[in-house]
Design a binder for this molecule. Structure first.
Ligand code: ATP
Ligand code: LTN
Length: 337
């Protein structure tokens, strides 16, 4: 029996929106940390295409991105035989549960979400209800599978707190229906900042090209971007995000790529100058990206194979989702179908 069908294990679920291009932030904050979990958990990883329509994007670009991202999931090392890989829109229960949970989420709670505040400020011409209710769909994604753990970057903590609140509220009113999930963030790499603006997180859409390192950037480009990353005038290698945000961010990237502690990095590079330090960061990032890029091209070329993986994933996901929806319908007093 593969790990994906073993019902005894606790469940993990996470997802990424098909928008922009996957960055080293997405990798170090999320994807990389998904890889070992299948040994302990029943793991579900999706592409949240329904979430992605809350911001406009040409359908042809979305389609291309969906193939690209799922191929990158696999190229990063997510084995479809050990993890359930699927697309959100292939399991209609996500939308249904989102509607139900909308009725258990307060307007004021959604208004406080920083991602909504940020995105509505960036897309003033399209502050749609989907953008506002985005965290409710995310809660549905998680609660549908009874996920115990949700491995994400730091920026998703607030959404996870809301998911817990909604689950607890529903359980209080209707009896134990949902598992209340825990957030899982990595000790290093949970919030990679921009290379040009280390005061704000590196983001896969909306950023200037040189602010982010993309998983498909060729080595020379990675090197160039890191060499041009903003640092400071003091020349020291110390982890201090308040006074040295640029250097601290590069230390986080190096540490998350190599496993070396901040102390080790400071000892190895202090006094050697930013040029040497940046070269080490570039080499470490390139060493992480090279094997991913080598696998990617071949995996991406086999669209039929990718669709087969997604079909199988959706079938397995639907089975688990169906059980939850039956419990939810019963809890709400709906006539059994
Ligand atoms: P967008 O800019 O398109 O909204 P994003 O870069 O914030 O995208 P998401 O699809 O929202 O990416 O996030 C995918 C996963 O990557 C989430 O778990 C998120 O927490 C994580 N993540 C995103 N950006 C970073 C970052 N800079 N550092 C660490 N983790 C990140
Ligand atoms: N909201 C997340 C993406 C996301 C997600 C999820 C993450 C949607 N559903 C369920 C974990 C679990 C984001 O914007 N990064």
């Amino acid at each position: 029996m593969t790990s994906g069908t073993n019902r005894q294990r606790p469940v993990v679920l996470s997802g990424v929106q098909p928008s922009g291009r996957l960055t080293i932030g997405n990798y170090l904050g999320a994807l990389k940390n998904w890889l070992p979990l299948h040994t302990e958990y029943d793991c579900h990883y999706m592409l949240v295409d329904l979430h992605s329509i809350s911001v406009r994007q040409a359908p042809a670009d979305r389609l291309e991105r969906c193939y690209e991202f799922i191929a990158l999931y696999i190229a990063c090392g997510l084995d479809p035989d050990r993890n359930v890989l699927f697309v959100q829109s292939h399991v209609p229960a996500h939308s249904e549960l989102a509607w139900i949970l909308n009725c258990y989420t307060q307007y004021g709670e959604l208004q406080r979400m920083t991602q909504f505040k940020d995105k509505s400020a960036r897309h003033v011409d399209n502050v749609n209800a989907g953008l506002f209710c985005y965290p409710v769909l995310m809660a549905a994604d998680i609660l549908l599978y009874g996920a115990h753990r949700v491995p994400v970057g730091d920026d998703q903590r607030q959404h996870l707190e809301l998911t817990r609140t909604v689950a607890q509220r529903f359980n209080r009113e209707h009896g134990e229906t949902f598992v209340v999930p825990e957030t899982m963030t990595p000790p290093v790499g949970a919030r990679i900042m921009g290379l040009q603006n280390p005061e704000a997180k590196m983001s896969k859409s909306e950023d200037a090209e040189t602010n982010a390192i993309y998983l498909l950037d060729e080595p020379k480009r990675v090197e160039r971007k890191i060499k041009r990353a903003v640092t400071d005038m003091d020349g020291g290698i110390r982890f201090d995000p308040d006074t040295k945000p640029g250097v601290s961010n590069l230390m986080s990237i190096l540490s998350a790529c190599t496993g070396d502690s901040f102390e080790t990095i400071a000892r190895d590079y202090d006094g050697k100058g930013y040029g040497t330090f940046k070269q080490a960061v570039a080499d470490a990032v390139i060493a992480v990206l090279e094997p991913i890029q080598q696998h990617y091209t071949e995996i991406r070329a086999d669209e039929e194979g990718l669709r087969g993986v997604l079909r199988a994933g959706a079938a397995r996901a639907s089975e688990r989702a169906g059980g939850t929806m039956e419990r939810v319908h019963h809890a709400l007093g709906f006539i059994p179908a």
